[in-house]
Design a protein around this ligand. Structure first.
Ligand SMILES: [Ca+2]
Ligand SMILES: [Ca+2]
Length: 265
């Protein structure tokens, strides 16, 4: 009445206090709930969209001249998969594809290795007129292995050569893709493609018995026994036996070159 602000009674303050605290608690609870949703709910939302990866074996060690070196194709998927289209490319000057073996069953397989440096693969778990093989369950499967023959050329040092995924600019769709059980496709970036490689180890020429010491009497004896058919060589020993570096391993010409160098020492 006298114009002064009316101070709330002590009882009124005590009555308002729980309401204010409750308001704060509601805001706090909302923040916590949103945080929990982001931490727990959002990742599951990503998972629902799917995690799909095609991986080629990385740094597969091989020797010059080695044949049928397996380079594995691995599929990881977060939902069932009915098939895959894969287009690989590699350096045809260093590697040659000698074939493909399958470790996962498919009813329909096309594997075209006729173009040097390219491998085109089409895999389907079941034909349109058959349902005897269901889709691959989610998880990780080794689909198969591309087998590679390695050049015998002297590369002067260790060399890692990639085996990657290729997209043909002339095809109207992605060449690398997965087929879901509802016949829809999963393509990059939804599908991660991890390229692999072969690591070609440089030989220690002249070290036929692979003991770390080249051009010794023991190496001569080892190569003689190999030429006589009494000694089989590992891929490393065969690579080391190309003493004259002409790309022909363990030949009579290599033996003559080996004798010459050992005699000079
Ligand atoms: Ca040796
Ligand atoms: Ca040779």
């Amino acid at each position: 009445m006298d114009g002064k602000p009316v101070r709330p009674a002590a009882g009124q303050i005590l009555h308002d206090l729980p309401k204010k605290n409750m308001f704060k608690h509601v805001i706090l609870l909302t923040i916590v709930c949103v945080g929990v949703w982001i931490m727990a709910g959002f990742p599951s939302l990503c998972h629902a969209q799917g995690d799909y990866t095609l991986t080629v074996s990385h740094r597969v060690a091989a020797d010059p001249g080695q044949t049928n070196v397996p380079v594995y194709l691995v599929l990881t998927s977060s939902s069932p998969i009915g098939g895959a289209d894969i287009f690989l490319q590699y350096d045809r000057n260093l590697l040659t594809c000698s074939g493909v073996t399958w470790l996962t069953r498919f009813q329909y397989i096309i594997c075209d290795t006729s173009i040097s440096g390219k491998i085109r693969i089409i895999l389907r778990r079941h034909r349109a007129d058959s349902t005897s093989l269901g889709p691959l369950p989610s998880g990780t499967d080794t689909l198969g292995a591309v087998k590679m023959n390695v050049t015998t050329t002297d590369l002067l040092a260790d060399m890692e050569t990639p085996i990657g995924f290729w997209e043909n600019p002339l095809t109207p769709h992605e060449d690398n893709r997965l087929v879901k059980s509802d016949s829809s496709f999963i393509v990059p970036p939804g599908l991660t493609l991890q390229e692999g490689s072969v690591l070609i180890r440089h030989p220690l020429y002249g070290d036929i018995n692979d003991d770390g010491y080249p051009y010794t009497i023991a190496d001569v004896i080892f190569l003689v026994n190999s030429l006589l058919g009494n000694q089989s060589l590992t891929s490393r020993q065969r690579a080391n036996s190309d003493v004259n570096k002409d790309g022909v391993q363990g030949s009579m010409a290599d033996f003559i070159e080996l004798i010459k160098i050992v005699a000079e020492d």
